[in-house]
Design a protein. Structure first.
Length: 120
């Protein structure tokens, strides 16, 4: 499950037009224009953009220093759904706004009760 705040941030980023959609990589260097992202790469970027590393030798971006690494928070929230994201983005060719709609429809959310803060 994912918090409503994180889900809404992700969906807003997918709909923002800020990210150019790509396939097969979380993020790909584009020397002729903006870098491309898959929908999971957008999540990585909004999660912590400082964790991207570009390796000149491989001409590849790595998140948290490894190929194909996703933030732990994404694995925790989506578990078995992660493969669906790859399919929506890469195989089915869904647009980022379409993927945002699917995320809102299919990713369970948990609302954290902030009224309990300070009573621990």
């Amino acid at each position: 499950m994912m918090t409503r705040k994180k889900r809404d941030e992700w969906c807003a980023a997918l709909r923002s037009g800020k990210y150019k959609q790509g396939k097969k990589r979380l993020r790909r260097k584009n020397h002729d224009g903006p870098d491309t992202f898959c929908c999971l790469g957008v999540y990585c970027d909004i999660n912590d953009p400082s964790k991207w590393n570009y390796n000149e030798n491989d001409r590849e971006y790595y998140y948290e220093g490894k190929v194909g690494t996703l933030p732990v928070s994404l694995w925790d929230y989506t578990k078995s759904s992660t493969m669906e994201f790859f399919e929506w983005n890469d195989s089915e060719g869904k647009t980022f706004p379409e993927i945002a709609d699917l995320i809102e429809q299919n990713i369970p959310i948990v609302d954290i009760d902030t009224s309990l803060k300070g009573n621990e």
